[in-house]
Design a protein around this ligand. Structure first.
Ligand code: ADP
Ligand code: MG
Length: 671
């Protein structure tokens, strides 16, 4: 390096270094995607220029056409990707090609190194596509000149060994040239046929002409001569503007891949043009699998074009947050080209587009569910949770979303739609019932389901935290209310006989009810006779307006202090334990054992709803003591005489007071 060259050396940020190491040493498949990434950057740079020139026409000065050139040079062993786009000034080169401008690099590293995903194909999705240049090159030069008067050109170089340099350079026009010094074994990427087919495969839908430098031989014999020409190799037209009938499925799929940097084909798409009030074209895709950052705020929106000019890469005003997984293009004829963020936010045109695009997306999903249930299941697994957010926040789409949701149910493993549930509803069943918990396993045996099971009613298993709010938002489907089996007001239709029986039972608890209230006065809001229990002694139900225990737990785990809703303890007076407790209470109103057993019953109710008991050690000690006592009854220690019933199981119904009277006297451990 000569002394008078003002060449600066910069260090790559640590994460970029890691990324580069990985790109160079670990990724072997699909190396050819470097071309897609660099062409995509060139195309972005041209789009940015076109967009900015709407308000700053002087940026177009110099007149160079908006094009991408691909220039192979056999002699030098270089491949150059050149554009006449927005270009980069000194600081932009340093920042964009040396530091973590995007959060994606960390996620990409984690995907490749920890999850062992060796496929480089995803790199573009993570916003680090530029570095894919090092898949095929060991030395890269970037010569760039920002658009605008008096701008200077700069050269960035690096062989990816920890540092890069920046120095002044010469460039006749605005734009960027990426010069790849290809590794010896990657020289295939200089071949015309190879380049041509890669461009058609990956970059056919780039909106700007991609010109490949080729050698053309003309003339015969003596007059024969070879000359260098630039030949347009892509279609360079907006796919969404072509008539549907002229577009093949493969073309739609490739366009999606180009747009999303996804390597998998989309699950579904819809392509439409509206006339009338708002003239716009939409082409929307549903991906097959969720992207790594599905829940990040940037993860939103489709590309907005105005009269073919790209205005915004991710325009969140086009779709609601809960459709953030949709990819695609909206091209409006009505918005002004110099549309600003503020204008987007309160433009009536945008609101109308938003509504229409949302509807079109939901229609597409409905069609997918109907025509391709398998694919819809894939969709639901990946995006169901996101879609359900819509029920919680947008009542406007309740009907349509109701038709799209899927749940596990008590009928059989697997998902069901609400429509199918409704067709299976029993004579006299007035509501759609659901239960809410961590997993199918956690809710399947819940006491809350007993009365419903007895009637043969199907129950939906809601196991996704968002379901709590989604079900509240949905409220009803086809006129049938959604009712939680865990809520207090489970109004089941009763026969006369059931009514009489219930009244009979309501009288049933006697003084035990008061005692239970006293013992649990800190824990529960109310103790009352249950009409939902048939096999279990008791359960906890959520009062009107309260949240399910599962949701409260989740919120607490996430540090969102939510006051614990005091729940209602429902008791089944015809259960043997309760009958015995009642007898004991009447016989010995001050019995300590009643207190202990009431506490144990409460602990059990906590466990069955998936909550944890307040004092697990005490609970375990008491269980052990009980089991020991029962074991002693069944198999008396040597010398002792058995005095209890033969098989003290819960459904044995001994005569009133007998088990208690015969039971051991030692109280269970108190603390
Ligand atoms: P992404 O394209 O997702 O932003 P990349 O790693 O591909 O991530 O590129 C990083 C950044 O470098 C781009 O955001 C852009 O600012 C800049 N850049 C890359 N190539 C060019 C180019 N040809 N012209 C102008 N800027 C470019
Ligand atoms: Mg890129």
């Amino acid at each position: 390096m000569s002394v008078d060259t003002p060449r600066e050396t910069h260090k790559f940020q640590a994460e970029i270094n890691q990324l580069l190491n990985l790109v160079i040493n670990s990724l072997y498949s699909h190396k050819e995607i470097f071309l897609r990434e660099l062409v995509s950057n060139a195309s972005d740079a041209l789009d940015k220029l076109r967009f900015r020139s709407v308000t700053e026409p002087e940026l177009m000065e110099g007149g160079a056409a908006l094009e991408i050139h691909i220039l192979p040079d056999e002699e030098k062993g270089t491949l150059t990707i050149e554009d006449t786009g927005i270009g980069m000034a000194h600081d932009e080169l340093v920042k964009n090609l040396g530091t973590i401008a995007h959060s994606g690099s960390r996620e990409f590293l984690e995907l490749v190194s920890q999850r062992g995903q060796k496929d480089v194909n995803l790199i573009g999705q993570f916003g680090v596509g530029f570095y894919s240049a090092y898949l095929v090159a060991d030395h890269v030069e970037v010569v760039s000149r920002a658009a605008g008067k008096d701008s200077k050109a700069w050269k960035w170089t690096s062989d990816a060994k920890g540092t890069f340099t920046v120095e002044p350079a010469e460039r006749a026009t605005r734009g960027t040239s990426i010069i790849l010094h290809l590794k010896e074994e990657q020289k295939e990427f200089l071949g015309e046929w190879r380049l041509r087919s890669l461009i058609t495969q990956y970059s056919d839908y780039v909106n700007h002409p991609i010109k490949l430098q080729v050698q053309k031989t003309t003339g015969e014999g003596e007059a024969q001569k070879t000359e260098t020409q630039l030949e347009v190799v892509n279609k360079a037209s907006a796919l969404w503007q072509r008539p549907k009938s002229e577009i093949t499925d493969e073309q739609y799929q490739e366009f999606y891949k180009h747009l999303s940097h996804d390597f998998e084909a989309p699950l579904a798409w819809t392509h439409f043009r509206t006339e009338g009030n708002q003239v716009f074209t939409g082409l929307l895709f549903v991906p097959k699998h969720p992207p790594f950052d599905l829940n990040s705020p940037q993860q939103r929106g489709v590309r907005l074009f105005v009269k073919r000019v790209l205005i915004m890469d991710r325009c969140e005003e086009m779709l609601p947050q809960w459709l953030r997984f949709v990819r695609g293009v909206v091209d409006s004829d009505d918005l002004p080209l110099n549309v600003s963020r503020e204008l987007l936010q309160d433009s009536a045109v945008v609101k109308a587009i938003h509504k229409h695009v949302t509807k079109k997306t939901l229609d597409m999903l409905e069609k997918l569910a109907k025509d391709k249930p398998e694919d819809y299941r894939t969709f639901w697994q990946g995006f169901g949770t996101v879609l359900k957010e819509g029920l919680a926040v947008d009542t406007e789409y309740r009907e349509k979303l109701g038709a799209l949701v899927r749940y596990e149910s008590s009928r059989e493993e697997g998902l069901t739609s609400l429509a199918d549930y409704v067709t299976r509803m029993k004579e006299g069943q007035e509501a759609i019932y659901y239960i809410f918990g961590e997993s199918r396993k956690a809710v399947v045996g819940s006491p809350h389901l007993e009365a419903l099971k007895k009637r043969g009613y199907e129950v939906l298993y809601m196991t996704d935290p968002v379901d709590e709010w989604a079900a509240q938002g949905l409220k009803e489907y086809q006129g049938k209310p959604l009712v939680s089996a865990m809520h207090a007001d489970l109004k089941l239709k009763e026969t006369e006989e059931e009514k009489r029986e219930k009244e009979q039972r309501a009288k049933g608890l006697g003084p035990l009810a008061e005692r239970m209230k006293e013992v649990l006065k800190e824990q529960v809001r109310e103790v009352r006779v249950s009409d939902r229990l048939t096999d279990s002694p008791c359960c906890l139900v959520v009062p009107e307006g309260g949240s399910h225990a599962y949701v409260e737990r989740l919120l607490r785990e996430r540090g969102r202090g939510l006051p614990r809703t005091k729940r209602i303890l429902e008791v089944n007076p015809s259960h043997p334990i309760i009958e015995h407790l009642k007898a004991l209470q009447e016989k010995e109103p001050a019995s300590e054992q009643v207190t202990e057993w009431v506490e144990m019953l409460y602990d059990q109710a906590l466990l069955t709803e998936g909550s944890s008991v307040e004092d697990p050690n005490r609970f375990a000690r008491r269980m052990t003591a009980l089991m020991t006592q029962l074991a002693a009854l069944k198999v008396p220690p040597a010398g002792a005489v058995a005095s209890g019933p033969e098989t003290p199981t819960s459904d044995a119904k001994p005569t009133e007071g007998s088990a208690v009277a015969a039971g051991p006297e030692t109280p269970l451990p108190r603390n």
